[in-house]
Design a binder for this molecule. Sequence first.
Ligand code: IMP
Ligand code: MG
Length: 175
Amino acid sequence: MEKHHIDVMIDEDAVNNRIKELGEQISRDYADREVYLICILKGSVYFTCELAKRITVPVIMDFMQCSSYGAATKSSGVVKLSKDLDMAITDRDVIIIEDIIDSGRTLNHLKDLLGQRNPASLKICTLLDKPSRRVVDVDVDYTGFRIEDKFVVGYGLDYDQLYRNLPYIGVVEFD
Ligand code: IMP
Ligand code: MG
């Protein structure tokens, strides 16, 4: 592993406060309904759990795994589905929960795939967005933070599987 260190980009309080706001917004938007949250493994685990705790309408959680990244910090452009949902989403109000949108390929692919299963509605919620990196257009309904083009870790995001457990968003700086 290349020599590097981690600088704080968004501290723990700021992340938690923003997630609280997103939870409140989703609770208002889905008043009197039930939301079906799809956590995209592994990166969205922390975000999905914290967000779900802040949602006051009934929540169902399901998990899906799909990868477009290898061990490096560059996207391969190939999206592979390695774990599908456990339940059917027909007539459900679905929100896909992502850790970060980079090229947009992963979400574009997932939205197409899940849209074919006839949910009542299908929205996207991401903790982070790097709009300058977009290759494929995606409509994002809820965004935690828009960030510049830096490789970030923490709050579920990894660098070669490490740092997911950091309670803040950090930037990987190569020494
Ligand atoms: P996309 O398909 O290019 O939008 O890539 C999305 C996925 O790439 C995310 O779910 C992350 O797993 C990974 N990714 C993109 N940028 C970063 C980053 O800065 N840090 C860690 N993972 C990232
Ligand atoms: Mg990921």
